[in-house]
Design a protein around this ligand. Structure first.
Ligand code: DQA
Length: 144
């Protein structure tokens, strides 16, 4: 199985940005956590981060025919981006949505997620472990 893991804007600032919400571990720590989990599950994978909506749309389009599953933390674009939702719909690749923080316990605007309309599952509030949970969800979904 081949998974594409996409991280949206400001996730490259993990460790610096709002540590009381996102913790003190860095983006490199997140990449290590995802890599260790993917390697131990014998998954093929690519990890990608961008601060730009159109670049994320391009990456999703390029995934067509190349990846079996997508794990995406669209970050702030979760709450605004019809373009990312449409790209995921266009490629029809099973997708699990992840949020490090518990978006339902924060500001009202964070409760809206366009991506959740297409996601097979949304995982929020489990920190970096949410990406590992997402991997297992996606593997189970694809094995069915
Ligand atoms: C986030 C939650 C979003 O509301 C926020 O804009 C982010 C990160 C999370 O992982 O908890 O940038 O997706």
């Amino acid at each position: 199985m081949k998974f594409l893991i996409i991280n949206g804007p400001n996730l490259n600032m993990l460790g610096i940005r709002e540590p009381e919400i996102y913790g003190s571990e860095t983006y490199d720590d997140l990449v290590r956590c995802i890599t260790d989990a993917a390697v131990s599950r014998r998954l093929d994978f690519e990890i990608f981060q961008s601060n730009h909506e159109g670049v994320i749309v391009d990456k999703i389009q390029e995934a067509y025919g190349k990846f079996d599953g997508i794990i995406i933390n669209p970050a702030a674009y979760t709450h605004t981006s019809v373009a990312i939702l449409d790209a995921l719909k266009a490629v029809s690749i099973p997708t699990v949505e992840v949020h490090i923080s518990d978006v339902n316990e924060r500001e009202e605007f964070r409760r809206i997620s366009y991506v959740s309309l297409i996601a097979v599952k949304t995982i929020a509030g489990h920190g970096f472990a949410g990406y590992v949970l997402a991997m297992d969800e996606l593997m189970e979904y694809l094995e069915k």
